[in-house]
Write a protein that binds this ligand. Sequence first.
Ligand code: UDP
Length: 474
Amino acid sequence: MENAKENGGRKLSSNVVVVVFAYPKHGHMSPMLQFAKRLASKGLRVTFLTTSSVNQSLQINLLPSYQIDLQFISDVRTEPILSLKDEHESFDAVVSRSFGDFLDGALRTNINSDYDSTPPRYFVVFDSIMPWAMDVAAERGMDSAPFFTESCAVNHILNQVYEGSLCLSSVPPAAGVSIPSLPVLAVEDLPFFSYEREVVVNFMVRQFSSFKKAKWIFVNTFDQLEMKVVNWMAKRWPIKTVGPTIPSAYLEGELENDKSYGLKHLKMEDNGKILEWLDTKENGSVIYISFGSLVVLPHEQVDELANCLKSITTTTTNLSFLWVLRESEIEKLPNNFIQSTSHKGLVVNWCCQLQVLSHNAIGCFVTHCGWNSTIEALSLGVPMVAVPQWIDQTTNAKFVADVWEVGVRVKIGSDKGIATKEELEASIQRVFGGDHGKNEIKINSTNLMKLAKEAMKEGGSSYKNIEEFVDSII
Ligand code: UDP
């Protein structure tokens, strides 16, 4: 361990800088920020890098005590963007150039100041959604590793597509798909691409070009959650599970003052008021509903959900709801919904989801099954009602309902492709335990929560993988 010192029990490497480079979207920033914090807590010098446009929707507030250097590079495009394909291509062109300039600048001037006389070595951990980062780093003599923000199962499926062993558009509806180490998957369990299919599939599948070259592949999951698929993949590629990447205070609590991701959504409501409202509710009596930062629900789906919430809180009088509907979605609510349900529910633009999910009043989470939301709910032991919309959410929902059995997947009506009020209501009732005394879903959720916490504890599987990586680079 040349150049490594001890610092209050923490290793301190004076000449390695890890640049953690995240795609500028909420669901990518938060897990990578957490990974950056874990590396910094082990004494590594860490620069967290993303692109400038992120500031339009998010504020990054990192406590100075993390000692993470925060940097932004330009993603400003001057050419007109006429399609999604244009958007991806121009982002890649502009950002790969700014990323190269950033690394050149770092090599010239050293981004941090207090090094020993040895010049720093750089290691890049890049968001797998930007696979070109590996070549940009290699051209400058830097090692790098992709960080995957989806589940291992989803990565496995998409890698099969990348390798040409699976074609998502030609799976016969009646037949299931058998993929080694995964349960048989029906068409509706496979990743689903609802618009600009080809462009989005290419964007997702190209991530796996880094598999052949990488010496480390980080995945935001934990061994106990996806044991079979992790083992299968780890025999072939250097897969390392490093999750759940949620703030330590919600897991093992070993990282000092780590109570939030450090990301503030600019449309965030007064979270204190939301928590005060939750404080007035009985334990396990609130239905929390959120579809994340990107999903745009069909008008009719919002209607069905609204009718379900109105009905279920009338028939089961101790239940209430907290519904996150982004500003752009609120206009889809039925007339007078907010006023007429104000004694039973609260509708907000955005909240601190972790604080909400960890509140005792929350009894279930109606979710789109984005991977962050899923792993947050798993880690906090909150049962889910899965209403997946696209990409990886369909596969996550399959695992929630049928593999981990920590929730119920709502059946989608075949005619309109949406979940009806009746289906939603029945699924929520099932998650609350229905008429049965023993609630298996709640028991399974509590068990998985314990395993999630153990993975990040000293000696846990993700903890050990992070240690191994840190030891190897210093
Ligand atoms: N989130 C939040 N407040 C909200 C809704 C969502 O903090 O009101 C966070 C949530 O905790 C999660 C992220 O936004 O970390 C959503 O990520 P996910 O992968 O679930 O979905 P995406 O937004 O990428 O579709």
